[in-house]
Design a protein around this ligand. Structure first.
Ligand code: GRF
Length: 183
């Protein structure tokens, strides 16, 4: 049976471990383009190794040009996977319901930066969320969420352990969402 497949653009800024999780799915997920806000992002190497075309965004970012390029490539969905730039409202509206963001907390708690540190400092649960993007910062309808560690009680619990577990779970959640949305 033929499925109409989702065709993803993945936007990154750095290491790209979550991009790597998607690329590891190979034929399971169609990644048409990897877009980076930084020319030195390690994720660009991962993309090139996987044979996926890459783009480095100029400064200031030309959002209409990016929008046009994604459409020309037949991209249907956009994944913000560690993308550290603010996406303007015009782009958000243009890709409404087809633009998702990965965030390292159990949203709506701890939006913004240093989420794991803040949850840890508050002795709160840590986890991961993928949400549809709207005009706010880390707001928008939640697509999937995974609790990584419950409120810490045990000995040996540390910020490093929390971060490690969150990064493992981010990759699981990113794969889960992309696979679920791949047909
Ligand atoms: C992830 O922790 C993501 O949640 C955060 O930035 C990190 C990106 O990691 N916003 P990577 O570039 O995918 O390795």
């Amino acid at each position: 049976m033929l499925f109409s497949r989702r065709r993803w653009a993945v936007l990154i800024s750095g290491r790209g471990s979550n991009l790597g999780a998607l690329l590891d799915l190979r034929d399971g997920v169609d990644v048409a383009l990897v877009v980076s806000s930084s020319p030195s992002a390690y994720g660009l190497l991962r993309a090139r190794r996987a044979g996926v075309p890459t783009r480095v965004l100029p400064r200031p970012i030309d959002w209409p040009a990016l929008d046009a390029e994604l459409r020309a490539l037949g991209v249907t969905h956009v994944f913000l996977a560690g993308f550290m730039r603010i996406v303007p409202e015009t782009f958000v509206v243009a890709w409404e319901n087809r633009l998702v963001n990965l965030h390292p907390s159990l949203l709506p708690k701890y939006p913004g930066l240093k989420s794991i540190e803040r949850a840890f400092a508050a002795d709160d649960d840590v986890g991961v969320t993928v949400h549809a993007v709207d005009a706010g910062v880390d707001t928008g309808p939640i697509v999937a969420r995974r609790r990584s560690l419950n409120r810490p009680k045990g000995r040996g619990y540390s910020l490093e352990l929390a971060e490690l577990q969150v990064h493992i779970d981010e990759q699981r959640l990113v794969r889960e969402v992309a696979l679920k949305w791949s047909r």
